[in-house]
Structures are given as structure tokens and as C-alpha cells.
Ligand binder design. Structure first.
Ligand code: ATP
Length: 305
């Protein structure tokens, strides 16, 4: 397989008075799914378009396997992308759409039928794209992205319009693409979905990277090492834990304990004979971690805030 690593270095781009990219720098490594997240207007689409040579930038480089997109021979065999699933010729049949793309890259009809099967579209392949549902268009866009068996895959909001079966399908597909050693970049606003799929995440805001970290590390840091305690004897528990050096607050009817490891919490409550029904390390969600990271980088606040 071709070299899959995507390297974005110090990208800068201005649209009139809007600074869309302000030193955007990160890499997408092969063999894992990397989430690409950030508030509206953070510069995600502009970055994806720069990687794909669809937009020129004022400064910086975006390379796929060390080369700019425009210098790649048969680019779909290096990088596949889903940017806008709506961008289809409505009168064209889905299979013909893929055949046309395949021919432009020197690929044959057999590969077209392979990706149609991969996307679960074999039975509807001869229907016109204009009659496709959003979820079917999404699957067709993903089939197109995979046509050239590319080492790098960029997907912008791939979950759009998918039904529950579609979600299960795409989870499996993304895991498989990463396991095959491809570099997979997924841009989305669905943090809950991403948490189960991505091993790494690049969080951006106002045209630059706010965090570039493993999902597990990000969640551990956002959890703040707090321990949750459920007990019918909250006052006794709080006193016992504070005597042991913890800082205790009550949150949602449970105790939230800082500065004391979960094992120590169990030991202290046991020694003091304080009953409890649950002691658990607080696990932050990706959404919580994301909200904390992007708080200052949101371009548009809702009216309620
Ligand atoms: N063609 C354009 N002309 C003018 N401004 C643009 C253009 N494309 C993007 N911008 C501006 O550049 C900034 C970054 O936009 P971009 O679409 O890259 O953000 P995004 O992170 O993809 O947002 P979203 O989550 O809403 O898709 C925004 O302020 C946007 O308004």
C-alpha cells in the first residue's frame, strides 16, 4: 500500500476578513481512526479541501505520503474522500457514477462491484442517484472514496442520514480500514459516536489545533481523577473521606471525591464502617472533554447562553 500518513503543516488561509486557518498543524497516522472535531467555522472543511487540493492556501503544506495531492498520479489510489454526499448527478445510475469515476483512475468494473458490495448497495446499484435517500447517498459517497483502495481515507460527517443498521455498518467499516493500516480521518460533530470509533482525536478551533491526543488520554485528563461514591450515609462518608485528605462535593445525589484514589476510598469507607453501594472512577465522555477544550473557541454562541 502507498504511504498513508497525512501531514498538515502550518496551514494559513484568509477569506477576506475571516482567518479560516491560522497555523493548522497535525498528522494523521496510519493504522488508526483519527477524529477531526471543532465548532462550526473552526476550519475543518477548509483543511480537508486543502489536503485534497480543492482549495489553495496562503501558506503551509498539506501532504499525503509526503506529496501534495496535485502531484499524485491516479490520486484516488492514494486518498479517498467523502466531502459532500449530495454532489451527485441525479439522473445517473449509482453504478454508472462509480464506473465513470473508476475509468478516470484506470480502474475496472470489478472494483466498482466490490465497493458497491462493501457499501451494501449491490441491490440498488442500478437505480438513479436522484432517487437515493440521504443514507444511500452517504453509502455511495463512501463507496466512491474506497474505489481506489486508498491508503488514506478522509470522511466529512460520514454518519449523516444513516439508519441504526448504517451506524453499525460504518463502525465496523472504519475499524476494518484502520486495521488494514490505512490512515482514517473522520470529521464529525457526533462526539458520542466518535468516542466508540476513534483512537485519536484532533480538536480544532479558530483555525488551529487545540488538542492532538489519544482518546483514552483525553478522557483520563478530563475525568480529573475524581471518584464517584453512592451511599445512604453521605454525611458520614464525606467526613471520613475528608479526614483521609479528600475534597468532597455532592453532585447529583452522589459524592464526587477528589484527591483520593478509588482503592483508598473503598479502604477508608470500609475501615470506618460507612455503607456504600458504588465506588467508581469518574469517566468523562468525549463530549465533556471536547466542551472543556473548545469553550473559548466557539465562534457562534446560542441565544440561550
Ligand atoms: N468560500 C468561503 N468564503 C468565505 N469564507 C469562507 C469560505 N469557506 C469557509 N469560510 C469561512 O472560513 C471559516 C472556516 O470554515 P470551515 O467551513 O472550514 O469550518 P468548519 O470547521 O468546517 O465548520 P462546520 O463545522 O460548520 O462545517 C469560517 O469562518 C467560514 O465562514
Amino acid at each position: 500500500m502507498n504511504d498513508a500518513t497525512i501531514t498538515v503543516t502550518d496551514l494559513r488561509k484568509r477569506y477576506g476578513r475571516t482567518l479560516a486557518l491560522d497555523g493548522m498543524t497535525f498528522a494523521v497516522a496510519p493504522g488508526r481512526v483519527t477524529g477531526f472535531v471543532g465548532p462550526n467555522g473552526a476550519g475543518k472543511s477548509t483543511t480537508l479541501r486543502a489536503i485534497l487540493g480543492l482549495d489553495t492556501v496562503d501558506a503551509g503544506t498539506a501532504l499525503i505520503g509526503g506529496r501534495p495531492y496535485r502531484s499524485l498520479p491516479r490520486p484516488l489510489t492514494h486518498v479517498g474522500a467523502l466531502l459532500d454526499a449530495g454532489a451527485l448527478q441525479p439522473s445517473r445510475r449509482a453504478r454508472d457514477h462509480l464506473l465513470w469515476l473508476a475509468h478516470s483512475q484506470g480502474l475496472g468494473a470489478r472494483r466498482v462491484d466490490e465497493v458497491l458490495a462493501l457499501a451494501g448497495l449491490t441491490d440498488v446499484a442500478r437505480r438513479r442517484a436522484g432517487g437515493y435517500s440521504l443514507g444511500m447517498r452517504q453509502r455511495l459517497g463512501i463507496a466512491a472514496a474506497l474505489l481506489g483502495d486508498p491508503a488514506a481515507v478522509l470522511l466529512d460527517e460520514p454518519f449523516n442520514g444513516l439508519d441504526p443498521e448504517g451506524f453499525v455498518w460504518i463502525r465496523g467499516l472504519l475499524a476494518q480500514l484502520a486495521a488494514e493500516g490505512r490512515a482514517v480521518l473522520v470529521s464529525t460533530h457526533l462526539m458520542g459516536e466518535l468516542q466508540g470509533i476513534a483512537q485519536h482525536v484532533v480538536v480544532v478551533g479558530r483555525g488551529r489545533v487545540l488538542a492532538d491526543a489519544g482518546v483514552a488520554d483525553l478522557l483520563a485528563a478530563a475525568g480529573g481523577g475524581r471518584v464517584l461514591v453512592r451511599t445512604t450515609a453521605a454525611t458520614d462518608a464525606a467526613h471520613a473521606l475528608e479526614r483521609a485528605g479528600a475534597a468532597v462535593t455532592v453532585r447529583d445525589g452522589a459524592l464526587s471525591v477528589a484527591d483520593l484514589a478509588a482503592e483508598r476510598v473503598v479502604a477508608v469507607l470500609g475501615a470506618e464502617r460507612v455503607p456504600f453501594s458504588e465506588v467508581a472512577e469518574h469517566r468523562a465522555t468525549l463530549e465533556e472533554a471536547y466542551m472543556a477544550l473548545t469553550r473559548d473557541a466557539v465562534e457562534y454562541w446560542g441565544a440561550a447562553l
